[in-house]
Design a protein around this ligand. Structure first.
Ligand code: F3S
Length: 96
């Protein structure tokens, strides 16, 4: 039951999540991060780190974002691994 990065990450990419991932399963896409479901160990430490609540367990992904389960699985391995926090994208909303 891997975790999934969903729509709120698009054009945001706070990257707080990568700083806590113990297995470096986050990958960096142009507009959002994705999680490699083969590497995710389901620890859930990334969930509370995301300021825009973009990360869900796969069984808990809202219906409107179900397509992100496949997107993470399909795109993550073609993207570079990201292990350090970076500056968010210009489109990121203010931190809550
Ligand atoms: Fe995206 Fe949230 Fe991580 S905005 S980069 S899932 S901290």
């Amino acid at each position: 039951m891997p975790h999934v990065v969903c729509e709120p990450c698009i054009d945001c990419r706070y990257t707080d999540c990568v700083a806590v991932c113990p297995v470096d399963c986050f990958h960096e896409g142009e507009r959002m991060l994705t999680i490699d479901p083969e590497k995710c160990i389901d620890c859930a430490v990334c969930i509370p780190e995301c300021p825009v609540e973009a990360i869900f367990q796969d069984f808990d992904v809202p219906v409107k974002w179900q397509q992100f389960i496949e997107k993470n699985a399909n795109e993550s391995t073609a993207q570079p691994v990201i292990v350090e926090k970076k500056t968010p994208l210009p489109g990121a909303p203010p931190r809550p």
